[in-house]
Design a binder for this molecule. Sequence first.
Ligand code: 6U4
Ligand code: NA
Ligand code: NA
Length: 153
Amino acid sequence: TVPPKLLTLLIVHKLGRVLLGRKKRGFGEGYYNGFGGKVEPGETIEEAAIREMREEAGVDPVGLECRGLLTFHFDDQERPWEVHVYHAADIRGEPCETDEMAPVWFAVDDIPFDRMWADDPHWYPIFLQGKKFKGTFHFQNTHTMTSHAVQVL
Ligand code: 6U4
Ligand code: NA
Ligand code: NA
């Protein structure tokens, strides 16, 4: 079996709102998403989560907690993706738009799931309740979710 590709996903959740970014290019373009990307050689997963948030929104996340582990199997990719999901209680600085992401705050009751990855409605509610979770998803042709399984830990 092939080793998974490691990625981070960080969601700032403060005062009943979450900070998401509209992805302007690359994988998931046009979707609202947490901030994150690939873990680089020589850094820890948490270091990658912090670096990606800085690169994509120009802010430092504060009070990180790893809440979830999501595994994605894509029919058109050899390696599965292992996405480590972080909760951040706060940020230092003002989010700014970058080449990659346009940041927007959403009330937790108003998260735009119709413009997000298909797996997101299956785990955001658990994430927002402060629980830890694990999920496995299969996708066809990049965007169509063909199976989902989420476990609260
Ligand atoms: P480069 O190539 O350096 O521009 P990088 O920023 O390292 O890319 P990117 O942006 O492609 O990586 O990372 C994908 C981001 O999308 C990660 O934060 C994980 C997140 N992601 C991927 N699949 C997801 C899914 N199905 N649901 C979800 N987030 C997903 O909520
Ligand atoms: Na990214
Ligand atoms: Na990156």
